[in-house]
Design a protein around this ligand. Structure first.
Ligand code: HEM
Length: 571
């Protein structure tokens, strides 16, 4: 008799019935949990096996690429600091050729490519960037559709920005530059009264004013909070890479919260600036209805329809949340403006600073550019703006300065999902970090000749020699003496991008969209500046500064001290 049956009763009691039920439920639950645990175990094992398989593939494929032997199981990462990575890669390329590997850890393979043709191929095929820059921007300015790691996320926004920069905004580059020079010189006179000028500070003011006037309109130059904005941006730039280098956001650090407060302040100032811009835009659009466009530029006719004929990169346009055909609800409304301000100001300041320093140490080039300016003025007495297209030595100087000091020492990509097969037959395994040591490539004798390390703008000029049938071109890279007379129409400016080793703005799918705009804008700035001032090095100032990574970009340090001498008022 079962224990559930009371004596003399053929049926089990109700309490016995419920005990059976609960035992059944308990058994059932135990079976389910066991099944779940087994399935989880199998899934985790499969995942681990997949990871292990990928790791073996990385090791096997990585071992076919030559490079420095690993000092230990943990790779080279302990030996590498930001400053000596380029040195280590240089040594490695000299020893092992144009594609080399470096194990940063047991699971992290870095592949560096130095051959310009392979670089072009890789930069076209590898569309995704390393997450570091994206993370730095995300931490500082929130989620957005520019500068992210994934190409799919940024593609549409890139195209829109490029169309605006290379279309109707290009015509403003001249106008902005003249105003910026007037504005900055006013500021600098006050500083000059107290002593000499620091190249870094001057270039920072100039870059900041150009970018501000481009994004927010001319009203930015008179904005009372512009100096605070500049200061804040520079404070954020100092720490941006540091905080982004944490794998997990360091919420537990007090410094991080201080940094976040700075970012919030910048955000609220940006919104303030946008408000100014809106009011200014209303004024402009009203004026535009009454008058035709100030300047006519043939390129604008082919450019996509300009939404704001005032010629400013209207923040509303950059921050519109509808992109890629859908509303991006997570996107920070003014995130893209802060990103473009941040990237544009830092990189443009680096370029301007480098040009200032080169011109100060090369008065003969300054004289050539000055005669180009005078020539262009002769042709167009009444014209307010300069025509920089004809100032070949000036443009060549901008190219050469960009070549000698890129924004950063490396271009970085990842080939996360698929192996990357190069035409040479070499396979770069999925998961590897791909880098281009720009500094090395841009100073490589085999790409630029024996004077690769020298400042020689003439390398971008060619002499058009008219033969009996065909005009042929001979490069002018050589000494300054046998060079072009800008008075004669005998030379042409080479497109720097025809040299695959010219990479200050990157190349391929993720190249900088601001290249054309920035080259013309900076050239126009120097045309306005050199027309009225001569740049001289302060006696005793360090005349051999080195490109050094500072505030997230390469800068010439120690920063040279310069003086602006008003022309026709020399002592
Ligand atoms: C001297 C000034 C500048 C330099 C040297 C510079 C350089 C660069 C470099 C090296 C890259 C990465 C390219 C690559 O990885 O292949 C980049 C990306 C970019 N630049 Fe610039 N840049 C400058 C100014 C500007 C300006 C003024 C703008 C816009 C107004 C701009 C917009 C961008 C954008 C949107 C990207 C990101 C492209 C992407 O992630 O897909 N840049 N720039």
């Amino acid at each position: 008799m079962s224990s559930c049956q009371s004596p003399g009763t053929p049926l089990p009691s109700p309490s016995c019935h419920s005990r059976d039920n609960s035992r059944f439920l308990r058994d059932y639950a135990a079976t389910q949990i066991n099944a779940f645990l087994w399935i989880s175990l199998i899934a985790v094992t499969l995942l681990l096996l997949r990871k292990l398989f990928k790791l073996f593939a990385l090791w096997a494929k990585g071992s076919r690429i030559s490079g420095l032997p690993c000092p230990s199981f943990y790779g080279h990462s302990k030996l590498i600091s930001e400053t000596n990575l380029t040195g280590l890669l240089s040594e490695s390329h000299n020893k092992y050729g144009s594609v080399v590997k470096l194990w940063l850890g047991p699971t992290q393979l870095l592949v560096s490519i130095k051959d310009p043709v392979l670089i072009k191929e890789m930069l076209l095929k590898a569309e995704d960037k390393l997450p570091l820059t994206g993370r730095a921007f995300q931490l500082a300015f929130g989620p957005s559709s520019l500068f992210s790691s994934s190409f799919d996320k940024v593609q549409k926004r890139r195209e829109l920005l490029a169309a605006e920069l290379n279309g109707y905004l290009l015509q403003r580059a001249n106008v902005i530059s003249t105003k910026v020079v007037d504005h900055v010189m006013e500021k600098l006179h006050a500083i000059m009264g107290k002593g000499t000028l620091d190249c870094k500070i001057v270039s920072q003011h100039m870059a900041f004013s150009i970018m501000g006037a481009t994004l927010f309109g001319d009203a930015f130059l008179a904005w009372s909070k512009a100096s605070v904005y500049e200061e804040l941006l520079m404070m954020i730039a100092k720490d941006a890479c540091f905080w982004a280098s944490y794998g997990v956001t360091p919420f537990w650090k007090q410094g991080f919260w201080r940094y976040q407060r700075l970012c919030m302040k910048l955000k609220s100032l940006t919104q303030d600036g946008i408000e100014q811009c809106r009011q200014n835009y209303k004024l402009f659009s009203h004026m535009d209805k009454n008058s035709n466009s100030e300047i006519s530029n043939p390129e604008t006719k082919n450019a996509p329809e300009a939404p704001f004929s005032s010629g400013i990169l209207m923040p509303d346009n950059l921050s519109s949340q509808e992109c890629n055909g859908h509303v991006n609800a997570r996107e920070e409304p003014c995130g893209n403006i802060m990103r473009v301000m941040f990237h544009g100001c830092l990189t443009t300041a680096g370029l301007i600073g480098n040009i200032l320093a080169r011109l100060a140490t090369h008065p003969e080039i300054q004289d050539k550019i000055y005669s180009e300016i005078i020539m262009s003025r002769k042709g167009a007495q009444k014209q307010k703006q300069q025509n920089v297209d004809k100032m070949l030595v000036l443009l060549a100087t901008v190219y050469e300065s960009a070549r000698l000091m890129p924004a950063g020492p490396l271009l970085q990509r990842c080939s996360l999902k698929h192996d990357l097969n190069l035409k040479t037959g070499l396979t770069i395994p999925a998961g590897a970090i791909l880098v281009v040591p720009v500094q090395l490539v841009q100073m490589d004798d085999s790409c630029w000749g024996n004077d690769a390390r020298q400042f020689n703008p003439y390398r971008f000029l060619s002499k058009a020699v008219k033969g009996p049938e065909l005009a042929h071109i001979s490069s002018l890279a050589g000494t300054v003496e046998d060079l072009v007379d800008p008075d004669q129409d005998s030379c042409i400016l080479d497109d720097p991008n025809h040299n695959a080793a010219f990479l200050p703005f990157g190349s391929g799918t993720r190249a900088c969209v601001g290249q054309k705009f920035v080259i013309l804008g900076v050239a126009a700035l120097f045309a306005s500046l050199l027309e009225h001032y001569e740049i001289r090095l302060q006696p005793g100032s360090e005349d051999d500064p080195k490109p050094t990574l500072n505030d997230s970009v390469l800068q010439l340090l120690p920063s040279p001290k310069i003086v602006f001498m008003k022309r026709n008022s020399r002592e």
